[in-house]
Design a protein around this ligand. Sequence first.
Ligand code: SF4
Length: 571
Amino acid sequence: MKTANDFRLSVNSAEQSSGRSLRVVRARAMGWCFGVRDAVAATRGEANPSSVTVLGELVHNADVTAELAGRGFRSLPGPGDAGAVRTAAALVTAHGASRGDLARLRGAGLRVIDATCPLVRRVQEAAAAFAAEGRFVVVVGVPGHAEVAGVVGDLPEDRFAVVRDAASVHPWPHDRIGVVQQSTTDPATAAAAVAAVRVLNPQADVAVVDTVCKPTRDRQAAVRELCATLKRGPGPATVVVVGGTNSHNTARLAALCEAEGVRALRVAGAGELDPSAFAGVRVVGLTAGTSTLDAAIDAVEARLRTFKISPPFVHELSNTEQTDWRRWTAAEWAACFQANGVRRDDPAGPGAIPWPCPAGERRPTLSAAERAATLDSIRMFQLGESGTGRFLQRCAAAYVAAGGDPDYPAALREFLAEENRHAAELGRFLDAEGVPRLQRGESRVAGAFRASRRLVPASRLGLEWAIVVLLSAERVAIAYYAALRQATESPALRALCRNVLRDEVRHLRFQSAQLAALRVGRGRVGRAATAAAEGAALWGACAAAYLAHRRVFRRAGMGWRAVRRRARASV
Ligand code: SF4
């Protein structure tokens, strides 16, 4: 008989691949815009780099920043402190600078290399014209962004407001308002903000100049087309967005994908691609922010093409488990679960979860779109995974009393301990996100599963029925955790899902083996009735789970049929 030590043998990945590589579809417009290209060209033409200070990030691109530093360019955080420049020349980036800052730089005797993008200058001029007309200026953009700072830098403190979106628009005590947009604002966000300005300021004459730049529009339109194409294709729709972590337009492209219901994976370069993030993906979209070099995009595409299409979730079981599980005794299952617990508790082991903060503390990692799609659902699963399993234990005792395997209750206890570990990990994740856990009685789905397990009184038959219901829930859980893993970029949640998926496969096998033991000697009619009951239970579990968790499934690109297919194919 195997013991817990036997199960501590190294695990091997049973991840299968079809041998075919991911197909990559590029957005028709992406990357490098002319404003960024010209700014970079201005530095490349500079004969004496160490005599030039770059005022801010030339572009939001770590490679370009490193190249400039390597060539000897000095840098300062922005154009606002002329006195801090220690070189003969200062370079204003494509994001621009206010006229006041430019005057102070020139007044300090510096040679100013002005790489301001002409389309940023257009935003500055529109804002200045509104101010000259006596209008209160509203800039739709990111407060504190270098471009926005340049646009409002010459305006008196009480004569402008910067709003990120419609939600941050206020009523203002002015009868003339002028609205401009940061050049990389999403046109839909800009339109909503303008509408909000009009609604909340009915007394005002509101004038608008559309200052969203054409390269931004083209890239955003292209990403919408790309999302539509991917959603019609096979597998979960996923777009890789290449760009710097602090690039506003890269963030906008990712947010647009999310708004279209397509998962966006943001990377700064090929080295950040994680093959496991593409499990189940067949066709991947590719786009890039306006600061991204062609070479970086090409490198990401080349690496993506080396990834093989893999199944939607990873089973990582030992060779022994892959082949022998149908013959295991209850004692062997108990040992297997114990060994798994030891592996999971190892903070340096392969199952370690990269928690963003200590237990009980709060540090959210989910994006707004991820929160909206997943948190309610995670709360339900957290409640569903918890529980003492008293009814199951009573059934197990009845089974032993009727001559069943005396080790079965111990195996069941270890199994329940694993379920409760899942609940604890999901609970810790919810704590970190600052979301309260559900209490018993607060989830109708969890309550329905619990009640349906108890339809047959505690007995050998009651145990069989409870396992049938449990098995259906485990199968649906495999589809669910695979979808949840696809639906998030949070490293902690992805690792948590990976662990649960591996455990659930074992749970499924444990329950299947026990059902087989309970049904030994059953005739053809009995087996047919059993199969029909199992089919009905699985259909019901899929329907309930799909209704309750459809936002997660949809975000992962899984419709009703895909959920049923995944649940049926789980063992
Ligand atoms: S994104 Fe638009 S405004 Fe900004 S540098 Fe490029 S072209 Fe100019």
